[in-house]
Write a protein that binds this ligand. Structure first.
Ligand SMILES: *Cc1c(COP(=O)(O)O)cnc(C)c1O
Length: 426
């Protein structure tokens, strides 16, 4: 691209873009350019009506009958299959249930148990130092639980952190039980090669869990094509499911009969209403679940999913890359003298769908941007993060956002005292 990009040119490109119409499917407030759909997706039109239907009709009038008559009981699986189409999943491999943190616990525990049967010396969980904190904390909690209860005095279970591809290669070995990576890094937007890394881990005898929190709905994913073992992820980010909407869990068919997960609640029982006095896991995807699901929140996910399934993922990916390239180029040319340093990989195949810049006053600059209606977010250390969601962002939005950023940097308005006050949630 050249330095002479103009807003008019960008607006013309928007006008002929087949994805432009999707923005109308979302409720976005006037005067807001929303660059945080990677953290909490926008509200799809129809989601509020669906929630009202669940509350007023299905709950209010249907009462408990709605577990059967309104399909509440089947919803985690029905929606799981819909979502699975975006992930390269086969039918009956995906459930929408619980949280990403809980689903990480289930998949990691199951991977350890599977390895224990085949290769008991494999006791290391490998993950990234730069991973989203919950991914590390859950692995640590699991290792600690297993060690603290174990009566063996053998080698303890442990979590080993890697920093990059080279240290991953060094770490993978005869003691590795499972490798757990985020496909797209939450802070930098860097993306692992799922096919290559999965194959490498398998050659080393390890199982692989992919966290798709920042990938699902944002980049093409083919879990079966990559021959992955397990996957988890959020529905409230690029899938626009709503704040705290239930997460998903996917397990490769070949592991279903051995998918032992320790949160063996009644929803994962093979006959939950038999009220049996012992646990027998369901023979299918139900065994990934735990207990009663948050129905209102779960129901709203479908609205965002239906929109995502209507869009052509290859067009979404192409536009995401184009908008991200544009954002990076405009920041680097129009805000060149203000010390913003790109921390996101430039190569398309190594990048997800957000762009992050480092600046020592990142927090204050982001606070000033948010006050002007350009909503991104801030992640320690010093990172301004901008999510690029092609379904509701245009090229002109990217231009306008960078112009507001330039003005804030140029005038130094970010230095106002109130911008330095930290909120509980950044
Ligand atoms: C957002 C995110 C999570 C969130 O997990 P919750 O259980 O929903 O809080 C987990 N992992 C990654 C990689 C994320 O980006």
């Amino acid at each position: 691209m050249s330095k002479e990009i103009t807003r008019e040119e960008l607006a013309q490109l928007d006008a002929s873009d087949p994805l432009t119409g999707f923005a109308e499917r979302f409720e976005l407030p006037e005067g807001v350019i929303y660059l945080d759909g990677n953290s909490l997706g926008a509200l799809p039109k129809g989601a509020a009506a669906r929630a009202a239907q669940v509350v007023n009709e299905e709950w209010g009038k249907g009462l408990i009958r709605s577990w059967n008559s309104a399909g509440w009981f089947e919803m985690p699986l029905k929606l799981g299959d819909k979502l699975g189409k975006l992930l390269g999943a086969n039918p009956n491999e995906t459930a929408i249930t619980d949280t990403t943190s809980l689903n990480l616990f289930k998949t990691l525990a199951s991977a350890l148990r599977t390895q224990k049967a085949d290769a008991p010396q494999r006791r290391v969980i490998i993950t990234e130092r730069d991973n989203f904190p919950t991914d590390i904390y859950i692995a640590e909690g699991l290792a600690d639980l297993v060690n603290s209860l174990s009566q063996e005095s053998g080698i303890p279970y442990e979590v080993r952190l890697i920093d990059d591809e080279a240290s991953l290669r060094d770490a993978l070995g005869e003691d590795t039980a499972v490798l757990a990576l985020s496909h797209v890094n939450y802070r930098t937007g860097a993306m692992w090669d799922m096919v290559g890394i999965t194959a490498e881990a398998h050659r080393a005898g390890a199982l692989v869990v992919w966290d798709l929190a920042h990938a699902a709905g944002a980049v093409p994913v083919d879990l079966n094509g990559a021959d992955a073992d397990y996957a988890v992820g959020c529905t409230y980010k690029y899938l626009n499911g709503g704040p705290g909407s239930p997460a998903f869990i996917w397990v490769n068919q070949r592991h279903h009969d051995r998918f032992w997960q320790p949160l063996s609640g009644w929803w994962s029982h093979n006959a939950p209403f038999a009220m049996a006095d012992h646990y027998t896991p369901a023979n299918d995807v139900r065994r990934f679940m735990c207990g009663t699901q948050p129905v209102t929140s779960l129901a709203m996910i479908e609205v965002g999913l239906d929109i995502a399934l209507e869009a052509d993922m290859s067009a979404v990916r192409a536009k995401s890359l184009e908008l991200t390239d544009l954002f990076i180029e405009l920041v680097e040319t129009r805000c060149a003298e203000y010390g913003l340093e790109l921390v996101t990989p430039r190569e398309h195949e190594r990048r997800g769908s957000h762009a992050s810049f480092r600046h020592e006053h990142g927090y204050e600059i982001m606070a000033a941007l948010i006050e002007r209606g350009v909503i991104g977010d801030y992640r320690e250390p010093e990172v301004l993060r901008f999510g690029i969601t092609p379904l509701y962002l245009s090229r002109s939005d990217i231009w306008d956002a960078v112009e507001i950023l330039r003005e804030i940097l140029h005038t130094g308005s970010w230095q106002r005292e109130e911008y330095a006050v930290r909120n509980a949630v950044t």
